[in-house]
Design a protein around this ligand. Structure first.
Ligand code: FAD
Length: 292
């Protein structure tokens, strides 16, 4: 089912993001995770896609089909374009249709110095335009957005201008990059409102439960870490369980504040960790149930 209807809900949206198991790992191993995630009844589960390399990406589609057919949750397939030709994207779109998948997150993908781009798509908006031209309304198209500005953007204003191009090209729903400072997100919402971008936007939240993870995230995604979160990492970095609890509590606080402020929805980067997703959902269950 296409996820267009989410824009008309009288409640806030909750979605999860997962990644396919690493190369060589069977897809069956993810069932224990999916059982828990499906039981939490998200509005959809999105599945990441490599920036290049078909072996991993066929797993994305296989996993999305499993989410749909075995767990009855609507999947969203991430699709990157920098390292694909138009013909290859046509092939992927056919595979998606053959598997009954109707929702995609259209992305450029990160530049990988080891892979030469195919130079048929340069930006996510090129992919969105192409998918619309080739398939009309067959897919509900999501786009990515960056509350703290994309790391390669010329300026914040230009980044927002290009975000508007994505929406004009046919993206009707946005998922945000992860962030830890809600004030930055609220400022972003104001800026995109001024830019006349009016589609549902979900706030990307990633609970940080180990130190290696945060260092990797901060270098690649450009999110800033508030002092309050930094203190958590410093104090509990050598105590796995304490760090898990503190990182989780920080994320729950962030989510409660966002929901209370009336955001459209929460996109939870689950890191394939069902325990984390369950603890968060338990903490916000009654808040998520509020209508209006
Ligand atoms: P774009 O929207 O194309 O923007 C990229 C840069 O180009 C920005 O700086 C933008 O300002 C600039 N730009 C856009 N249009 C123009 C233009 N016309 N002229 C000049 N500059 C322009 N990566 C993966 O590989 N796999 C995934 O599964 C994945 N999932 C993600 C999920 C979410 C929710 C998010 C937020 C990111 C995800 N990414 C994923 C990362 C993403 O691929 C990178 O952030 C990538 O660097 C940018 O992708 P984009 O689609 O936002 O690019």
């Amino acid at each position: 089912m296409k996820l267009d209807y989410l824009a008309k809900l009288d409640r806030q949206i909750l979605s999860f993001e997962i990644f396919p198991p690493k190369h060589g790992t069977a897809l069956q191993n993810i069932d224990a995770t999916l059982e828990v995630l499906a039981d939490l009844k998200p509005d959809f589960i999105s599945v990441t896609f490599g920036a290049g390399g078909s072996a991993v990406n066929s797993k994305t589609i296989e996993l999305a089909s499993k989410i749909k057919n075995t767990y009855a949750i609507e999947p969203v397939v991430h699709l990157t374009c920098l390292n694909y030709t138009k013909d290859e994207i046509r092939g992927i779109m056919k595979e998606l249709t053959d598997n009954g998948i109707e929702n995609i997150l259209a992305l450029r993908g990160d530049v990988n110095p080891d892979i030469t781009p195919k130079k048929e798509f340069f930006y996510a908006s090129d992919l969105i335009r192409f998918v619309r031209e080739e398939t009309g309304d067959r897919f509900h198209i999501f786009g990515a957005c960056y509350p703290e500005t994309h790391t390669e953007a010329e300026s914040r204003a230009k980044d927002i201008h290009h975000l508007k191009e994505k929406v004009e090209a046919g993206a009707t729903h946005l998922l945000s990059q992860l962030f830890f400072d809600n004030a930055k997100y609220y400022r972003f919402l104001e800026d995109i409102d001024v830019a006349d971008i009016h589609v549902p936007i979900e706030a990307g939240i990633m609970p940080i439960t180990n130190k290696a993870q945060i260092e990797r995230m901060l270098t690649t995604c450009g999110a800033t870490l508030p002092e309050k979160h930094r203190r958590i990492l410093t104090r509990y970095e050598d105590n796995k369980e304490a760090l898990f609890d503190a990182g989780l509590a920080y994320a729950v606080n962030q989510i409660v504040d966002l929901l209370t402020s009336g955001v459209d929805g929460i996109h939870l980067y689950t890191m394939n960790n069902p325990r984390l997703a369950r603890r968060i959902c338990d903490a916000i269950r009654n808040i998520m149930a509020v209508r209006g």
